[in-house]
Structure formats: C-alpha cells, structure tokens
Design a protein around this ligand. Structure first.
Ligand code: NAP
Length: 217
C-alpha cells in the first residue's frame, strides 16, 4: 500500500484513477480547487486537499505531498487561456518538482502530451503555447533526479475504455480513453521499478498489465 497524491483529482483522468488506486489498496489524497468538490472526492475514497494551482507555490505543494510515496500530476488548464496554461500545465509541475526535492518525495507521474498532437489540423497560438508549456514541464522533470514517469497520451476520449492500450517509447498517433490512461498509471504505480522513462499511450490491443510488463527494461 502506498500514499498517493493526485493533482487533477477531479478531472477526466484523475476522477477515474481514484477508485482504481483505492481498489489496489492505496491511500489517495486529491487536490481540488472548489469547496463543493471535497464531498465527491471523499465519496470516491480519497482525502480532499484544497488548493488553486493558479496561486500555489512550491511550499503549498510541499504541504500536500509531504510523506507521499508518489504524486500524479494530471491537471491541465484545458484551453482556458495562455496565462492559465502557463501557470497550470507549465509552472505547476515545476513547482511540484521543487516541492518533491524539498520534502524527499521521490516518485512523480506526469500526464503530458503526445508530441504529434495537433498534426494534420490548423494550429493556433494557444495550442502552440500549450505544447511549449507541456514540453517545459517534461524537460524539467526529465532533467531532475526524481524517479519520474512521463505519460504522453494521444487525443483523450471521455470514455472508461476497455483496458487495452498500446504503450511504448515511440508510437504512431491515436486516441486513448481517459479510463485507459488512468488504468495505465495505476499499473505503473504498482511497478515502481519502471522509472526515469517517457511513454506514449494510445488505445490498442494489449491489456494494460501486459503493456506495462513489456515496458520493463
Ligand atoms: N485533451 C486531450 O486530448 C489531451 C491529450 C493529451 C494530454 N492531455 C493532458 O492530459 C491531462 C489530463 O487531462 P483530463 O482530461 O483529465 O483533464 P481535465 O478533465 O480538464 O482535468 C483537469 C484537472 O485539472 C484541475 N485544475 C484545473 N485548473 C486548476 C486549478 N487552478 N487548481 C487546481 N486544479 C485545477 C481540474 O480541476 P476542476 O475540476 O476544478 O476543473 C481537473 O481536476 C491534462 O494535463 C491535459 O493537458 C490532454
């Protein structure tokens, strides 16, 4: 059993991840920004911790993650503007890394984005900014001394998924159910020997446990 902190606990991936982690016997603390979300988190089996990523500094992250075995960052500004994207998708993970180093938390799982996202469609300043901020966060984590895993999903679908994925260090682009992303992260958390690595993820035909087992070096 591990103590897991989930940043983005109320999101499409995060809210599906909580019951998976609870079923595996882990204890989960979930960050939420609105007071009324606390009850839903409790009902799902998590301990709520309130905080707004637009305002949180490294000290605020430290207060929430202290003593945790692992932290999952699956928060995102979801296209709500450049400033929010910078603060949430870009600076959020950077502050988390600083907090992890200050508190001795070693393991971080970061939900990032597939580098091929947006190919074959017209781009926009907002999307390019999003991609740059995501990459900034990836680079900060990959350059840290933490035991990180960066997960780069394809286009997220609001579905629970069938538990079958394609996962690897380089894949062709595709969609992925938010539930499959959550299941992949839950499986990774129980395979702590997989660390300091970056995986692309789409829906596929391999059960999540077999897909994760195949990623061991
Ligand atoms: N959309 C795609 O196709 C796609 C593709 C690849 C990767 N991704 C990335 O995948 C990750 C997970 O996606 P998702 O669909 O689960 O995202 P989502 O449903 O939009 O959830 C985002 C989470 O971040 C939280 N959040 C946003 N602003 C916050 C703030 N100021 N303070 C605290 N929490 C805040 C949200 O809380 P609230 O409930 O309060 O809003 C929510 O829990 C994101 O990082 C996203 O960038 C997305």
């Amino acid at each position: 059993m591990a103590d897991i902190v989930l940043i983005g606990a109320t999101g499409g991936v995060g809210s599906r991840l909580i019951p998976m982690l609870v079923r595996r016997g882990h204890s989960v603390t979930g960050l939420h920004r609105k007071p009324e979300q606390a009850e839903d988190l409790r009902a799902a089996g998590a301990t709520p911790a309130q905080g707004d990523l637009m305002e949180m500094g490294a000290d605020d992250f430290a207060a929430i993650i202290r003593g945790a075995d692992a932290v999952v960052f699956s928060a995102g500004a979801a296209g709500s503007g450049a400033e929010r994207t910078t603060k949430i998708d870009g600076e959020g993970p950077v502050k988390l890394i600083e907090a992890a180093r200050a508190t001795g938390v070693k393991r971080i799982y970061l939900v990032s984005v597939f580098p091929d996202a947006g190919r074959d469609r017209e781009t926009s300043d907002g999307f390019e900014h999003y991609m740059r901020e995501k990459k900034k966060a990836d680079a900060a984590l990959a350059g840290s001394d933490l035991d990180y895993v960066i997960v780069r999903p394809g286009t997220l679908k609001s579905e629970d998924g069938d538990g079958k994925v394609a996962a690897g260090r380089a894949l062709t682009y595709g969609d992925v159910a938010r539930g499959n992303v959550a299941a992949f992260i839950a499986e990774l958390i129980d395979a702590p020997e997989i660390r300091k690595d970056i995986f692309e993820l789409t829906d596929g035909d391999m059960p999540v446990d077999a897909a994760v087992a195949a990623l061991r070096r």
